[in-house]
Design a protein around this ligand. Sequence first.
Ligand code: SAM
Length: 347
Amino acid sequence: MSSLTGIGGRLAVRLQSLTRPQVIVLIVVLAVVAGIWTAAATGHQGLAVSLVAVLLLGVLLGILHLSRWMGGLHRANQAAHRDLRVVVEQMQRRVVATVEKERVTAGDRHQELTRTITRGLRQNGHGNDLLLRAQSREIEAMFQLFAEFTPRAPMPSSGDFALNPTDLLELLHIVRLRRPQLVVELGSGTSTVWLAYALEKSGGRLISLDHDEDYAGKTREMLDAHGLSAVAEVRTAPLTELVADGKTYRWYDVEKLADVRDIDLLLIDGPPASTGPDARYPAMHALESRLAPVATVVLDDANRPDEQDAVRRWVENVAGLTAEPHLLGRHAVLSYSRSGATASVPA
Ligand SMILES: C[S@@+](CC[C@H](N)C(=O)[O-])C[C@H]1O[C@@H](n2cnc3c(N)ncnc32)[C@H](O)[C@@H]1O
């Protein structure tokens, strides 16, 4: 009884889920079946057979409709499958193109990196090569310096803040050739000792200015140790304001050279660049009037922009000042000749 109730329930649910055309077909089929049954029961054999034929025809038409519907469904399914395949292929192509693009970009980046590393290695090698050659030049110059002089005490180091051996070598060559009677040096240190040895030999004297009392004191001690205090003296000249070409600079107190005349050789190696821009430019403005009629001016660190600019402006503005070619080092050599004066090289 309960199973009958279950079957009835499920049947009711199925009937409720039928569409309107399905309900109409079902009612028509039930009506025809009822007609057959009634015709057969009431002895109308002909009508019953006719109704059976109509029912069979209906079933046949139903099967035909069903097969056409399923065929349509199959075609729609195939079309959807084709569309899906096209979409998948397009996506595959896009993925492959993206991967290929990334691969090419990564290849380019790799090549660029390799080129940069190779360039760096080459430059580094070139830099090392230049450094090695510069060191060889300085060592050769050092040998020549010590071949010319035999110091009476350990010599202070050259290079860094002090003049390089190549610069010292050419400076002492100038002293040997031109035999200056009075040398003024701006910025004391190792060069003061070497210059003093050269002047002791050639016959001349040196006045060195230093803005810093400590460095001035150290240089005085070195001169004492080498027995050169009679040849060279160090004067402390603190930096004070000095106006040159309408601009204010911090430069040595010129009063410290008030007694000085006829400088034959002027070595400009101070004040240090750290004291201000164009730190050495005022030198010619302050000391031109104290130069001998014919003199030589040597400027160290002439490879730096400030010093190159100073040389250019001096040559433009100071009458009788010309740049000379020089042999070695990083300094500039200039000759000064006051108008009407002629150079005389001592024998
Ligand atoms: C370029 S240095 C002069 C060097 C000197 N003409 C020589 O060849 O040894 C200029 C000034 O810098 C200062 N100075 C010297 N050695 C220094 C150092 N190691 N560090 C900082 N300043 C220094 C001194 O006051 C010196 O007068």
